[in-house]
Every structure is written in C-alpha cells, then in structure tokens.
Design a protein around this ligand. Structure first.
Ligand SMILES: Cc1ncc(COP(=O)(O)O)c(C=O)c1O
Length: 450
C-alpha cells in the first residue's frame, strides 16, 4: 500500500478529531494536573486520537460525548457492556438492591438462582464469585496449583487473561520471555509459566509430558490478539492431553461468551475442569464467576482448611457484594438470553458480509473473521492460526487510521484491533452505517478518484 497516502490520510483525520472535540480536549488538559498522563487508567491514552473522548452518557448501543456528538458503540467497553449500556432489567435490579444496602460480607438469596443458572449454562456444578475476570483467573490458578501440587501453568502465545502475573509471557524465538511492557513483575514469568502457540498440539504434548503443569489457562478461541479460531480437533486434543497428564483445564469465557448464552463451552461441548467469566455477566457492574467440576470441588474441599480461608490469597472484601449479585441475576435472567443472541449473531454476520463486500470491491489482501456476536477484519489475506502469526500481521499505522476515521464518522471500534461487538439494541441500519463508513475509510486510502 501507499504509505505516504496513509500518513496523509491519518494526519487529516487527526486534525479533524481535534477540531470536533474541543470539550474533550479541554477536560484532558485539565486532568493532566491530577491524573497520570491525564487519564484515570494509563492505557486510555492509547485510543486513536490525540486524547480520549470524555463520555457524557450512554444507552443501549450508543453513547454521546461531552461535545454532544453521538456514536454507534461497537466497542461496548471491550465486552463489559455487551449487554448494551444500562440494560433496563439490570438497572431496575440495581435500583432496588441499592436501596437495601450494597455490601454485607454475607450472601443474599439471589445466589441460589445464580448457582443453578450457571450450572444450566456451563455444565459445572460449583461456583464462586470475584469482582473481575482477572481475579477469577488468579483464584482459579491458585486453586489449580494448590490441589495438584504442581508449580507451572501453561498459556498460549499472546493470550490475555487480565492482569495476571503468570500470563505476561510470550514466545521470543521459541523461548518463553517476559511480555513486552510487563510492568514490575514480581518474578520472571518464564519461571512460572510455559508458553506455546495456539493450535500446536505437538508443543502441547511436549509441554505437559513432564507432569509438572498445574493447569492450562485458555480462551477457547483467542480474542485478544484478534480472533484466532481453534483448528478442527484442537479442543479434543487439548482435553485429552490435559486429562492424560493430570493437568487441569481452565477455560476463560470472558470474551467468548459472545458465542452463546453458555459461551463457547456450551456451543461446542467443551468439558473444562474450571471456567472463568467476568465483564458482561452483571451488565457492566464489577462481577465475575469461576466454576468447577464436582471432582475439582472435592479436591478443593479436601485440600483447604476453612480456618485459614480468609487469608489464603483468594478473596476480596467486595466480591459477592449484594449489588453485583443482584445485577448478575437480572442480567442472566433478562439480558444475556438466547433471544438476545438470536438478534445479535445475525447482525455480526451482516457486519462481516458488509466489510467483506468492500474488501472484494477493492481487491484488498484483507479478511474478516467472526465469532458469535463479535467480528473483526485483519490486514492479511489468510486467517492467522496462532498468536505469533497474528502479531506478525499487524499494522499499527493502518489500525490507527481505520479507528480514527471510523470515530470521526461516528463509530467506536474496540481498540488495539479492528473488532466490533454487537449489542442487543444494535440495528441492521447501524450495521449498514458501519459498512458505509468502512467503505469511505477504504476509499480514501485506495480509490483512484479520491
Ligand atoms: C479473556 C479475558 N479474560 C480476562 C480478562 C480480564 O478482565 P478484567 O480486566 O475485567 O479483569 C480479559 C480482559 O480483557 C479478557 O479478555
């Protein structure tokens, strides 16, 4: 592609962004005096544009920024708002609960319904609560280490499971190495973790053969380095090898819950020993769950003394608070339902078809991938089969341009890759609007007449 044309287009979009958002710019400048880099979370500076948009309000599939501009939200809080913003049933449950207290360090009756519902959806009988998917993964790993007495975990190259120390490791020429940007690690993660490429069954066999890996922690489809699907037979092999070697299998459904109400696990009959899920499960209110098989539960019971349960490295004063629990019950009962997926998955297909039609029109060496109500486009011809291939196909400058050009035309994409998530309130007109915007962004770069 013509890189100088891309740079000129990017420059133009950057100017347009600044001109259109004076209020966000002013707030960002004022925030410099009290917030590191002017933002409440340091990675927020990585959004496309010279500063992040400040949000005024959001509802359903849309939000409005402080400059009064409206957006179609295809990021949806990177899955935290996959339920749509402020889903009514969840808001009602929150309002009702909040008037009766927020956190007690005691259970409420809601957990009985939730436990039954989680078993119905995911097939695992025993559950615990956490506040974030990060914590659910951390706790699951601790339990796996405790009951197996093994010290290593195994993850896939370029996975992301939240800010979990053991997972910040990638392959560098085949060697497990601390991931770039890993901030102040307590220990070198190559000491705690084996890392292999996704879809590499021989590497999995070799890494687990020594019988010293407590658990494999995996997204069933990688979603954090772009969507990387498992090859045929991969999950069967993963389950068979982990069982044979006494390694626990933890499936992280935090993003792949986009596949069905029971995530990828239910849709593809996976049989994890432990399952973790956070983000949208309470409609965006901080909450997460982790569940285990009867056998794992029995091993935990046999291994953990209740007398030390409050200081054993698994906890959180606010985990299991009544507000999160009420929000979770309402979200599972009324929002993340089969009817919602029946609406959102066809729209993700429509989104992918729209993008594909423009790729075809311009004969671009790009392609589109979809998983449930999530889809994305890549700047390479063949779908990457693992994290290493995915990273090699990235083009940060082009990414930046596509995000900013979409934002300037009223669409927010998921940052760091070109992903769209569909909310229950998204309409086919919204999807066609995205196709139009995508077409215009591509035309600026490639059209002879532009
Ligand atoms: C698959 C997966 N697991 C866990 C997490 C961590 O979620 P949180 O940041 O809410 O703890 C993420 C975050 O992106 C994720 O994508």
């Amino acid at each position: 592609m013509d890189r100088s044309r891309l740079q000129a287009c990017l420059e133009q979009e950057q100017q347009r962004f600044v001109t259109r958002h004076p209020r966000s710019q002013q707030l960002y400048q004022e925030a410099q005096s009290h917030w590191l880099s002017g933002v409440p979370m340091h990675w927020m500076v990585k959004w496309a544009g010279a500063f992040p948009l400040f949000v005024d309000h959001a509802s359903g599939a849309y939000f409005t920024d402080v400059d009064g501009l409206d957006y179609l939200d295809l990021c949806l809080g990177d899955t935290g708002a996959m339920t749509g913003h402020a889903p009514q049933a969840t808001v009602n449950a929150i309002a009702q609960q909040i008037a009766h207290g927020i956190t007690y360090m005691l259970p409420t009756e809601d957990v009985l319904w939730i436990g039954r519902e989680l078993e119905r959806r995911f097939g695992l009988p025993y559950w615990q609560l956490a506040l974030t998917a990060t914590d659910a993964n951390r706790f699951a790993i601790r339990l796996a280490r405790q009951i197996t007495g093994r010290k290593y975990i195994l993850v896939f190259n370029w996975c992301y499971h939240g800010t979990v120390d053991e997972t910040f490791v990638t392959l560098d020429n085949g060697i497990a190495t601390s991931r770039r940007g890993n901030i102040g690690p307590a220990v070198d993660p190559s000491i705690t973790t084996r890392v292999i490429e996704f879809n590499d069954i021989p590497a999995l066999e070799a890494a687990l053969a020594s019988g010293d890996v407590a658990c494999v922690l995996a997204e069933p489809v990688m979603t954090n380095i772009g969507i990387v699907h498992p090859q045929a037979g991969f999950h069967d092999a993963l389950r068979e090898i982990t069982r044979r070697t006494g390694t626990l299998l933890i499936i992280d459904e935090t993003h792949t819950i986009c596949t069905s109400p029971g995530g990828y696990t239910a849709a593809f009959n996976l049989e994890p020993d432990i399952l973790t899920l956070g983000k949208p499960i309470a409609g965006g209110v901080p909450a997460a769950v982790y569940g285990f098989s009867a056998e794992v539960a029995e091993r935990i019971r046999a291994n953990l003394g209740i007398d030390r349960a409050d200081t054993g490295g698994i906890g959180g004063t606010l985990a299991g608070n009544a507000l999160s629990v009420a929000a979770m019950k309402a979200t599972l009962e009324h929002v993340l339902t089969q009817a919602t997926y029946d609406h959102t998955i066809p729209l993700a297909e429509r989104w992918a078809a729209g993008v594909q039609s423009i790729i075809d029109e311009y004969h671009l060496p790009w392609h589109v991938t979809q998983l449930g109500c999530r889809a994305e486009y890549w700047f390479c011809e063949q779908a990457p089969q693992n994290g290493g291939e995915a990273v090699a196909s990235m083009d940060d400058e082009l990414d930046h341009y596509m995000h900013l050009a979409a934002l300037n035309r009223g669409i927010l994409l998921t940052p760091f890759h070109n992903m769209a998530l569909i909310a229950p309130q998204t309409t086919s007109a919204d999807i066609d609007f995205h196709t139009e915007v995508f077409s215009e962004c591509v035309s600026q770069l490639f059209s002879e007449s532009a």
